[in-house]
Design a protein around this ligand. Structure first.
Ligand code: ATP
Length: 331
């Protein structure tokens, strides 16, 4: 793999608290990699070390194969977009986008051409002369992106760039960022705590917990084969079951319920009693108090509302799942 950046056994310790705990990570060139995980797991600290704002307590960071551990941010050739867009309020959109080029003493003509090209890329060419305060949140976000891209960075780092946008715009911008990434071929590292965002946007997903990497891989790999209970839980698996063949998880939509007690020869079949039926329009979320190989377990089955025998609390059921839907977990 062609790595644009690498973390080699990198730790960050604040006082007696270890925020990042010896991570090894390679960021693929020309791909979009997300750092995903719950609040406080060390995503932002990792990104800040990559950007050069924080020096690792130990370990090394390579950019394009060269040791960058001690390199200051301005020598790393990186573009950054934060949650707050940090635009210059007194400058026009075009001047904001051209700011980094001016610092780098790019001649005016080339600067103007690159600014126009970047504004085109983010769909804001018609607003070049506006000031940031006369733009919507989504438009400001695009200006920040154009400004970060204008310098033709070796890496584009995005820290929760969509979290200040409303839900609809957020979903729209996911696709926009992907389009911009594939059109420019930039290497992008994006920090998010939103699993849907990560699944939808990433080429590569890195799931972190308490300063460590729990799993890394393509979204479909991680989603279909979570390495452990933490990853499964974070990605929306709800049912954790001890079987005679080991510990497994299965998604609510892959459980079926049969009225009465039956004992199918194949797959999972656990006896249980319905405790709750929640109507959700197209589907029903049915909660069952069941028994697995170890004891009592609460299971949730997501059923299509149509064509289903009416279920009510108190009904005895058998919870079944095809063997192919059972995902084995290490812990
Ligand atoms: P969030 O999504 O909430 O931003 P995160 O995964 O990005 O979370 P970090 O910002 O990397 O988490 O922080 C990891 C841990 O390190 C947190 O517990 C945080 O309080 C702590 N931390 C971060 N920066 C410092 C600092 N300068 N001094 C002390 N502790 C810090």
């Amino acid at each position: 793999m062609n790595a644009a950046a690498q973390f080699l056994d990198v730790s960050q310790v604040f006082g007696d608290f270890t925020a990042v705990d010896g991570i090894d990570l390679a960021i693929s060139s020309g791909k979009l990699t997300t750092l995903l995980g719950p609040s406080g797991c060390g995503k932002t600290t990792s990104l800040r070390m990559l950007a050069g704002y924080t020096r690792p307590t130990s370990g090394r960071i390579l950019i394009d194969g060269a040791d960058a551990t001690a390199l200051p941010p301005e020598k790393r050739d990186l573009g950054m977009v934060f949650q707050s867009y940090a635009l210059f309020p007194h400058m026009t959109v075009a001047d904001n986008v051209g700011y980094g080029l001016k610092l780098r003493r790019i001649p005016a003509r080339e600067r103007a051409a690159r600014v126009a090209q970047c504004l085109e890329l983010v769909g804001l060419a018609h607003l070049a002369d506006r000031r940031p305060r006369a733009l919507s949140g989504g438009q400001q976000q695009r200006v920040a992106l154009a400004r970060a891209i204008a310098i033709r960075p070796r890496l584009l780092l995005l820290d929760e760039p969509l979290s200040n946008l409303d839900a609809r715009l957020r979903v729209q911008m996911r696709a926009e960022i992907r389009r911009i990434q594939s059109e420019t071929g930039l290497t992008v590292v994006l920090v998010t705590h939103d699993q849907d965002e990560a699944l939808e946007m990433s080429d590569e997903m890195v799931l972190m917990r308490a300063g460590r990497i729990m799993q890394q891989g393509a979204p479909s790999e991680v989603f279909n084969r979570p390495a452990n209970r933490f990853v499964a839980d974070f990605l929306g698996y709800e049912n954790f079951i001890e079987t005679t063949d080991g510990f497994v998880t299965v998604r609510p939509e892959h459980l079926s319920l049969e009225l009465g007690v039956s004992d199918p020869a194949r797959g999972l079949a656990l006896p249980g009693v319905v405790t709750d039926v929640a109507y959700r329009g197209v589907d029903l979320l049915v909660t069952v108090a069941a028994r697995d190989a170890q004891g009592d377990v609460v299971l949730r089955a997501d059923m299509r509302a149509d064509g289903l025998a009416p279920l009510a609390p108190g009904d005895a059921v058998t919870v079944t799942a095809a063997t192919t839907r059972l995902v084995p977990l290490s812990d």
